[in-house]
Design a protein around this ligand. Structure first.
Ligand SMILES: O=C(O)[C@H]1O[C@H](OP(=O)(O)OP(=O)(O)OC[C@H]2O[C@@H](n3ccc(=O)[nH]c3=O)[C@H](O)[C@@H]2O)[C@H](O)[C@@H](O)[C@@H]1O
Length: 412
């Protein structure tokens, strides 16, 4: 017996609905897997924030050295970062052409990064918003400007965060670094590269003070491992393409406009808010110590590394001769226990800290750092001159001014 007409119509509607449902699901999956931007804090490369005549004018203007004779033309990656801001400002102050690059990721309060970029803007440095993983952007910048140097300070920093977001370290410190070197090696002329390694590469090394000749094959955090990988990658690009590369192993850099994820910074915040600070200690109550190094000393070391860097020898991806490859410790040669850091802050803030002493968690932190700086002293004339008390005094003055007197909210 024939089914009534409305039954056929109903079936037709049901299969049409099913078809739409499956088509929608299929398209959603394609969008999610192929077009959905990744959520890593350091990846903003898919947002196009650059280009256009006005943008090009600003890049070219920023890249122009103050005097036409001499003067370097430097691309500073991570320019809105702590060290990047100070180095960019110092280069510009002495007349070099400086173009900044930063992805303004939200690893810590991006408002602080925007504040640093405004500071640079006023000093005549344009900070391009973009990612070191964006080859098209890097190529565009190198097509516009003949950079003599790249000061590569963009990185995923922080030792302990590597356990939470390992991918961001691989993305910035390895993939991003390789991407930058690929563009540098193809550039004509090739720039000389100075980049930020880290004292953490010494890892479980027991010999102190740490010398550049000591072993660095026992990293105790993924962060340290990616910085060590960077040093090996630098060797390869120097060897194959004739890029001149200088790695700087920074030792716990601190100071005004610093990083809110670092202990001295969030200890200050906690003490002011009457919240406890946790002081880590080693086995048998051994003090955990760092060779805290003040930002102005680090800036001098960075500029000296840039000024003594020899030219790369290759061009357009071809090596034409052996090129310079260097690595230097930039520390303070004066390790101080974390407890001492807290007692200096207590005096400067005139507030007693609520201290909780606890065993150092297995989170990648090392117990002790101490730089031997004789190589940097000899080759760069590097001579740190700021002790922890003096440096923290300057930091606290800035902190109070920036957060309390200006009414800004402190976010970690
Ligand atoms: O110089 C370096 O190689 C590294 O210095 C710092 O790493 P770190 O020395 O661990 O600096 P903080 O995170 O500020 O820690 C300083 C000290 O305070 C200790 N700490 C940290 C946090 C805390 O709650 N309590 C505490 O006692 C740490 O164990 C460490 O000894 C930076 O965060 C890294 O990006 C950099 O590469």
């Amino acid at each position: 017996m024939d089914k009534p007409f409305y039954i056929h119509r109903l079936r037709y509607h049901v299969s049409l609905t099913k078809l739409f449902f499956w088509a929608f699901l299929f398209l959603s999956l394609i969008y999610f897997f192929f077009f959905h931007p990744p959520s890593s804090p350091s990846d903003s490369s898919r947002r196009v924030l650059w280009g256009g005549a006005d943008w090009e004018y600003r890049v070219l203007h920023s890249a122009r050295p103050r005097s036409r004779a001499g003067g370097h033309v430097v691309l500073v990656t991570g320019a809105a970062g702590f060290v990047g801001t100070h180095v960019s400002a110092a280069l510009r102050r002495r007349g070099d052409g400086v173009v900044g690059l930063d992805n303004f990721n939200d690893y810590y309060d991006p408002a602080l990064k925007r504040g640093r970029a405004s500071l640079l803007e006023r000093a005549g440095v344009f900070v391009v918003e973009g990612d070191i993983n964006d080859s098209m952007l890097l190529e565009k910048l190198f097509n516009l400007v003949k950079f003599s140097h790249v000061m590569h300070l963009a990185a995923q920093a922080g030792v302990r965060y590597a356990m939470k977001n390992p991918g961001s370290y691989v993305n910035s410190n390895i993939a991003g670094f390789v991407n930058l070197l690929e563009v540098c090696k193809n550039a004509n002329p090739q720039p000389a590269i100075i980049w930020a390694s880290s004292s953490s590469v010494y890892g479980l090394n027991k010999k102190t003070p740490f010398s550049e000749k000591d072993r660095t094959d026992q990293p105790s955090s993924l962060y340290a491992a990616t910085k060590k990988a960077g040093e090996e990658i630098a060797h390869t690009y120097n060897h194959i393409y004739g890029l001149s590369i200088t790695g700087l192993r920074f030792f716990t850099v601190y100071g005004p406009w610093g990083r809110p994820d670092m202990a001295y910074f969030f200890f200050t915040k906690n003490i002011l808010k009457r919240k406890p600070v946790m002081i880590f200690e080693g086995p048998e109550h051994a003090a955990v110590a760092r060779d805290f190094t003040y930002i102005d000393d680090i800036v001098k070391g960075c500029l000296a590394a840039l000024d003594t860097a020899k030219k790369s020898t290759g061009s357009g991806g071809k090596k034409r001769g052996a090129a310079q490859l260097r690595v230097f410790n930039l520390g303070n040669t004066s390790p101080e226990p974390v407890g001492k850091l807290v007692s200096i802050l207590e005096k400067l803030l005139k507030i007693k800290a609520k201290k909780i002493v606890l065993p150092i968690p297995a989170n990648g932190d090392v117990l002790f750092t101490h730089a031997n700086i004789s190589l940097a002293q000899r080759e760069l004339g590097y001579k740190p001159s700021t002790d922890l008390q003096t440096g923290l005094k300057k930091f606290v003055r800035w902190y109070l001014d920036y957060y309390l007197h200006s009414g800004k909210k402190s976010a970690v």
